[in-house]
Design a protein around this ligand. Structure first.
Ligand code: ADP
Ligand code: NI
Length: 214
C-alpha cells in the first residue's frame, strides 16, 4: 500500500532529523513534502513519487552523510525494505539525486517529478522560513552572521560551497536570491515570487539597521 510506504517514510525520517539544529529538521522535510504534493497536483506529476522523494530527499543529502554515494545507498537500502516496485524505487532515487543545489553544481532534473521536488525544496529556502533556516545553518556551521567587508563568492566548486567559509548574509547572494529565476515549474515560480521579495525587504532593513540609519 502506498499509504503505508509514506507512513513508514515519515517515521524513518523523523528518527534521522529529530535533533537537527541546522535548519533541516523534520518540519523542513514535512513542508517540502506538502509543497511537492501541492505543486504535483497543479502541474500533473506523479503524486506518490513526489511525496516519497520529498520525504527522503535530505536523508540522502551529502551534507548529512559521508558522501553523496553513501547517502543514496542509505535511502536505497531503506527502499528495499518497502513494498514498492523496482521502477518506483529507481524513479525516487533519480529524483533525489537532482534535488540539491550544491553551489549551483548539480545536474538539472529532467523528469517532471524531479523538477517538482527541487522547486518544493527551494521554496523552503525562501521567505521568512528560509531566512530563519539560513541563520540556523550558519550558526551550526560556525560561520559569522555578517562581515560587511567580505564579498559574496561568485563561482565556486561544490567543495568550496560546502566547506569554504561564508557568512549568513552572503548566503543570500550565493544561493537564495538566485532561486526564483531557477524555479522549474510554473507553480513553483509563482510561489517563489512573494518569498523572494521578502528576502529583498529583509536585506534592505538589515543593512539600514546595520548602518545605523533606523
Ligand atoms: P542543497 O542542500 O540544496 O545543496 P544547501 O546546502 O544550500 O542546499 O542547503 C539548504 C539550506 O541550508 C539553504 O537553503 C540554507 O537555508 C541553508 N544553508 C546551506 N548552506 C548555507 C551556508 N553556507 N550558509 C547559510 N545557510 C546555508
Ligand atoms: Ni531540503
Amino acid at each position: 500500500m502506498k499509504q503505508t510506504v509514506i507512513r513508514n517514510g515519515e517515521n524513518w525520517v523523523k528518527t534521522i532529523f529529530a535533533e537537527d539544529s541546522t535548519g533541516h529538521d523534520w518540519y523542513h522535510t514535512d513542508r517540502v513534502r506538502k509543497n511537492a504534493v501541492h505543486i504535483a497536483q497543479k502541474e500533473g506529476g506523479d503524486i506518490f513519487i513526489c511525496e516519497l522523494a520529498a520525504l527522503l530527499h535530505d536523508a540522502a543529502d551529502d551534507k548529512f552523510n559521508e558522501s553523496e554515494a553513501a547517502g543514496i545507498e542509505k535511502v536505497s537500502s531503506w527502499l528495499d525494505s518497502q513494498e514498492i516496485t523496482s521502477e518506483e524505487k529507481e524513479t525516487v532515487l533519480e529524483v533525489i539525486r537532482t534535488v540539491s543545489f550544491k553551489g549551483g553544481n548539480n545536474e538539472d532534473p529532467v523528469s517532471t517529478e524531479g523538477k517538482i521536488v527541487q522547486d518544493a525544496d527551494r521554496l523552503d529556502a525562501l521567505g521568512a522560513v528560509g531566512i530563519a533556516r539560513t541563520f540556523m545553518y550558519a550558526g551550526a556551521k560556525g560561520d559569522p552572521m555578517h562581515l560587511p567587508e567580505e564579498r559574496p563568492r561568485e563561482q565556486m566548486t561544490k567543495e568550496e560551497y560546502r566547506q569554504g567559509r561564508s557568512t549568513a548574509v552572503n548566503h543570500f547572494y550565493e544561493k537564495l536570491l538566485k532561486l526564483r529565476d531557477l524555479m522549474k515549474t510554473k507553480t513553483g515560480r509563482e510561489l517563489a515570487e512573494e518569498r523572494h521579495e521578502y528576502l529583498e525587504a529583509f536585506l534592505h532593513q538589515f543593512k539600514e539597521e546595520w548602518a545605523g540609519n533606523r
